[in-house]
Design a protein around this ligand. Structure first.
Ligand SMILES: Nc1ncnc2c1ncn2[C@@H]1O[C@H](COP(=O)(O)OP(=O)(O)O)[C@@H](O)[C@H]1O
Ligand SMILES: Nc1ccn([C@@H]2O[C@H](COP(=O)(O)O)[C@@H](O)[C@H]2O)c(=O)n1
Length: 235
């Protein structure tokens, strides 16, 4: 059983390159990294029919099942596996099947609102925001949604103007203030190389989470001060 020692959050607007960045770093560091797409935690909308589901605002925080995501992160951090839901963009709903996810040294949590929820932010050791210009993002999204997600051009444009863009401005872009680092353009090779190095260090290191390490360092600093005080009084 592994206890994850490092959790990375990767947020950013649609089409910014979050999935590409997280896939690249996950593949490079191999089996020691688990990728959790927040899209898998879109609420189960089986009570609605397909037409109704197509009208939902999927860029508002209420579209996600935050308690389940928090619970799954906590479970992984305590060294236990979870049954992660799987999402189907073509039917706007969760799939029937779930995927068993085992805890690994590093967890990468990726999605438009990865830096939105306060409790989740507290569980992250490194917060990244992928920043790409809106015109590039919409062009990438049109191509991806038509090719991979079963959408047509008119639908992508309508959705972008009615919900995607306003929600980006209201919730996603403001979450950038929680980021430790901003990655321009998505898969830029320098950023990927640096992240790979960082994650490799975490995987090959002692496996102590950042806050635990900080606590340890504070304790050690306290002990050193106490030792100095004791030495000074005996002199
Ligand atoms: N730096 C980049 N240069 C060119 N295309 C990119 C870059 N980063 C990502 N892409 C492409 O843009 C599209 C959207 O990227 P993706 O990673 O799915 O974005 P997100 O997960 O943020 O929505 C994909 O087709 C991907 O191959
Ligand atoms: N049924 C759904 C669910 C979500 N979306 C859109 O997906 C975007 C988030 O995924 P990215 O890979 O682009 O970050 C988000 O902007 C939603 O609008 C959807 O179209 N249909």
């Amino acid at each position: 059983m592994a206890y994850p020692s490092f959790v990375v959050g990767i947020a950013g607007g649609t089409g910014a390159g979050k999935t590409t960045v997280s896939r690249l770093i996950t593949q490079r560091v191999d089996d020691s990294v688990t990728r959790i797409p927040i899209d898998n935690y879109y609420r189960d909308l089986s009570h609605l029919d397909l037409e109704e589901r197509a009208e939902v605002n999927y860029d508002h925080p209420d579209a996600f099942e935050w308690p389940l995501l928090r619970e799954h992160l906590e479970t992984l951090l305590s060294g236990n596996s979870v049954e992660m839901p799987q999402y189907d963009f073509e039917i706007h709903n969760r799939k029937e099947e779930r995927k068993t996810v085992e805890p690994t040294d590093v967890i990468v949590l990726e999605g438009i609102l990865a830096l939105y929820d306060e409790e989740i932010n507290d569980m992250l050791d490194l917060r990244l925001y992928v920043e790409t210009d809106a015109d590039v993002r919409i062009l990438r999204r049109i191509e991806r949604d038509v090719v991979d997600r079963g959408r047509d051009l008119e639908g992508v444009i309508d959705q972008y103007l009615s919900t995607v863009k306003p929600m980006h401005e209201q919730f996603i872009e403001p979450s950038k203030k929680h980021a430790d680092l901003i990655i321009p353009e998505g898969a830029n090779s320098m950023a990927i190389n640096l992240l790979e190095e960082k994650l490799r260090n975490e995987v090959e290191g002692e496996g102590v989470r950042t806050w635990e390490r900080e606590e340890l360092e504070r304790e050690l600093a306290g002990e050193r001060t106490a030792d100095r005080d004791a030495t000074a009084t005996t002199e």
